[in-house]
Design a binder for this molecule. Sequence first.
Ligand code: ZN
Ligand code: ZN
Length: 187
Amino acid sequence: MRSITSFDLQYAHRFYGFRGEAQYLHGHTGVMTIEVEDSVNEGVNMVFPCNEIRKTAWSVLQNFDHALVLREDDPLLPAILGVYKEQGILNGHPQNKMKGEAFKTDLATAYPDARLVVTKETMTVEGMIKIVYDLLKDKLNIAKITFTSGVNAASCDFSDRKEIDRCPLCGIALNEEGVCVKCGYRK
Ligand SMILES: [Zn+2]
Ligand SMILES: [Zn+2]
């Protein structure tokens, strides 16, 4: 069975070098749906608590919300960095509080202080699914990710499921010692 959670993301991007309107900087509200698959945890009668999927995924996804996503070779990148620097907001601002945890993978690097994500490949809906799966695959048993942005949508199924021990009392993943950090249950 699956537990399913959706997220709204407001972001700006462009397809650098693309022969079409999308080569111009523009914005979207994207909707990402993450489906977590496992057996039903009998203790709590759910696969995985959706608020826990939300918490885990949002720590990563927040980096894309109210953010600019640019490819690493896009000449807009140094231009934007220059303006942010001149304005004194490149390394954060007291009102820039709703930030995710910085990350760096082979596919993307997040700079939450500048609300910027720099990607290796163009950030299409397909590209976004690759980036997010790579960031969350070890934390959640993701069976499917769907991403919709404007008239574009993509989805991908994943089958390399791990064994994640879950707390029979509150449903969250147990830590390496077999302890639930939320309620103190011990395996
Ligand atoms: Zn777009
Ligand atoms: Zn628990």
